[in-house]
Design a protein around this ligand. Structure first.
Ligand code: NAP
Ligand code: MG
Length: 418
């Protein structure tokens, strides 16, 4: 079912395309985003950039054919080359197993696999436009959520018990040493949960956050509930502080940046009253919840970008949304859809800019800036996909167009800027 309609290349390619030295890791994906992927490349990048990529097809059927080896290969290529751009992919569930009967296994989430190999942290940031106002009026600049992606409730064990009794928590060391705590004695039915995290993962999370804040030249906030969870959350707080003091403080001070730790209750109140423009690091559950709150308040899921950053400085750029299945089925019926390509396009510009930065190719970064600006020009001029029309507060009436019309309008604006 994965088919791409390739149109003939439009317009004249630039005589001197922007050169690249190191290839990007290109991870293709599924459904409507796979269609947008090909259009973005063909119409907005290939005519202008002498694009070099190492291509990995993470489309569901190819993952199945390679027994998911392609996902592992793509993640390892990212370790080797340093910068990747990824299209949204299907994570199969029971319904998908029926839809694609040729699947031999319910393959794991590619994002989960890639995150585990890179040991990375996902940073989610909204693309902010002057004419689309966040629900929270004083938010002027993006708030980026950094969510810890390992452990706690997501790797917990749970049980229900029926009779009075006592639960204990025991750790058995390889040395033979043991530690036991009484969790609680109960007089009737009860529910229990055992959670953990590892120092290694918390430290990698902290390092990714500090490093990303330095790259972005933004303050870093971190919050937990350490007044109640004195040992567990206290450990997160301690490791962040230790990494800051020993490794990042000098650079933060040189750049005039702030590392700010506060209790999560206090952070929530301050975030709502803030003007934005900072990175908010959160534990796994807190980040899960707060990223949905922040992205909804900023406008649309289709305007959220995401970048996975490993503690040793490898980057994987993607849109925060999925494969937009509903639109894909319309597309397969021959209907033109108005799927928003902005987050996927900004994944490409993010990756090209980072590649240019690492390889010392200034023109690549300038191209990424111009392409982003051309996208914003297009929306500001009143031309946008339909998901944005309802959010629009500009003077001129908004014109909802199809994805292809929108991409062509961006191209016209880009050519004016080049
Ligand atoms: P989704 O693809 O993000 O789409 C949910 C809805 O949000 C769409 O139906 C659409 O609403 C709106 N939407 C999302 N992106 C849009 C865009 N670019 N332009 C316009 N509207 C957009 O989430 P889903 O339907 O839950 O998941 C679909 C598939 O994506 C699943 O198989 C899931 O496994 C996968 N997924 C992948 C990733 C990833 O690779 N990172 C992340 C999430 C989900 P309307 O239908 O109302 O227009
Ligand atoms: Mg969530």
């Amino acid at each position: 079912a994965v088919q791409i309609k390739l149109n003939v290349m439009e317009g004249f390619p630039m005589a001197n395309k922007i050169p690249m030295t190191t290839p990007l890791v290109e991870m293709d994906g599924d459904e409507m985003t796979r269609v947008l992927w090909a259009w973005i490349k063909e119409k907005l990048i290939l005519p202008f950039v002498d694009l070099k990529t190492e291509y990995y097809d993470l489309g569901l059927l190819h993952r199945n054919k390679t027994r998911d080896q392609v996902t592992i290969d793509a993640a390892n290529a990212t370790k080797r080359l340093g910068v990747a751009v990824k299209c949204a992919t299907i994570t199969p569930n029971r319904q998908r197993m029926e839809e694609y009967p040729q699947l031999t296994e319910m393959w794991k989430s590619p994002n989960g696999t890639i995150r585990a190999i890179l040991d990375g942290t996902a940073f989610r940031a909204p693309i902010v436009l002057p004419m689309i106002h966040p629900v929270v009026k004083n938010w002027e600049a993006p708030i980026t959520i950094a969510r810890h992606a390992y452990g706690d409730m997501y790797k917990a064990v749970d049980m229900v018990t029926e009779e009075p009794g006592t639960a204990t928590l025991t750790f058995k060391g390889e040395s033979g040493a043991e530690k036991t705590l009484t969790v609680q004695t109960v007089s009737g039915p009860a529910v229990w949960q055992g959670q953990h995290n590892t120092e290694k993962s918390i430290r990698a999370f902290a390092r990714s956050c500090f490093q990303y804040a330095i790259n972005q030249r933004q303050d870093l906030w971190f919050s937990t509930k350490d007044t109640i969870s004195k040992v567990y959350d206290g450990e997160f707080k301690r490791i962040f502080e230790e990494e800051y003091e020993t490794t990042y403080k000098v650079e933060f001070e040189r750049l005039g940046l702030t590392y700010f730790y506060t209790l999560i209750d206090d952070a929530v109140a301050r975030v709502i009253r803030s003007r934005g423009d900072f990175i908010w690091a959160l534990k796994n559950y807190d980040g899960d919840v707060m990223s949905d709150m922040v992205s909804t308040a900023f406008g649309s899921l289709a305007m959220m970008t995401s970048v996975l950053v490993s503690p040793d400085g490898k980057y994987e750029y993607e849109a925060a949304h999925g494969t937009v299945t509903r639109h894909y089925y319309k597309y397969l019926k021959g209907e033109e859809t108005s799927t928003n390509p902005v987050a996927t396009l900004f994944a490409w510009t993010g990756a090209l800019r980072k590649r240019g930065e690492l390889d010392g190719i200034a023109a690549l970064g300038q191209f990424a800036d111009k392409l982003e600006q051309a996208t914003i020009d297009t929306i500001e001029g009143g031309t946008m996909t339909r998901d944005l029309v309802g959010l629009w507060e500009g003077e001129t009436p908004a014109r909802g167009v199809t994805s292809l019309e929108f991409i062509r309008a961006i191209k016209a604006n880009l050519e004016k800027r080049l």
